[in-house]
Design a protein around this ligand. Structure first.
Ligand SMILES: [Fe+2]
Ligand SMILES: [Fe+2]
Length: 224
């Protein structure tokens, strides 16, 4: 049965919003109250249309079955990217205060960049796409594309939707804003460093490239 997202999505609840605030405490550091509320709304809306109740329920992975964390959820990734991205802003503000960057957009964009994973990682969606990939594709929309849709649909500015789209593979085909470039590098760095630290399942890191040599965690066998 093809999915009609608008007809089948339950309403956003306060419980969903409260869970988002708990899972991503960095939302409180967004200075613009309107932007803060819409970041919460974006995640609550994405969760309402999915099988997940919390961001911490979404598996910690870059893509389904690719760059999969041995331990941790999507919230660990989002918070890490938000920390990395705002550290970059703060460091350059210290050394080169003449450079213009919108810290709120970087922080909100980092917290929302993977909002589409509630859709792409949803086991119900994955089963539907697997069942007949010829019908709507597999996936029908990647998380970057669906995330941009969610951002625009809750009234987030195009700067944030652009980060949701441009942080990922799709970013190779468009010109990237300064804030998107910062989040994109924070995102990719987070995954590559996590890989090098041995935090990812070895069977999921083929895209890490030929130079990657992950260090085993204590107690794990060394590669032959
Ligand atoms: Fe992503
Ligand atoms: Fe990400």
């Amino acid at each position: 049965m093809p999915l009609n997202y608008l007809e089948e999505t339950p309403p956003v609840t306060d419980a969903l919003r409260a869970g988002v605030r708990e899972d991503l405490p960095e939302i409180a550091d967004i200075t613009d109250a309107g932007l803060r509320a819409k970041v919460i709304e974006a995640w609550a809306t994405a969760l309402a249309g999915s099988s997940f109740a919390r961001i911490t329920d979404i598996p910690g992975a870059g893509n389904p079955d690719d760059f999969v964390l041995k331990r941790g959820s999507q919230a660990d990734h989002l918070r890490g990217v938000a920390h990395f991205a705002t550290l970059m802003v703060d460091e350059f503000r210290r050394t080169h205060p003449e450079a213009e960057v919108d810290r709120d957009v970087v922080l909100a964009g980092a917290l929302c960049h993977d909002v589409g994973k509630a859709w792409e990682f949803d086991p119900v969606n994955q089963a539907r796409w697997r069942d007949d990939p010829s019908r709507a594709g597999q996936p029908s929309l990647r998380h970057s594309v669906f995330g941009a849709h969610i951002c625009l649909s809750v009234g987030l500015p195009e700067e944030i939707a652009h980060i949701a789209l441009g942080h990922s593979l799709e970013g190779q085909h468009i010109g990237l804003s300064t804030e998107c470039t910062i989040v994109r590098h924070a995102d990719h760095t987070w995954w590559l460093v996590a890989c090098s630290l041995g935090l990812l399942r070895p069977d999921t890191i083929t895209h890490a490239g030929p130079t990657m040599r992950p260090r085993p965690l204590p107690g794990e066998p060394r590669a032959a």
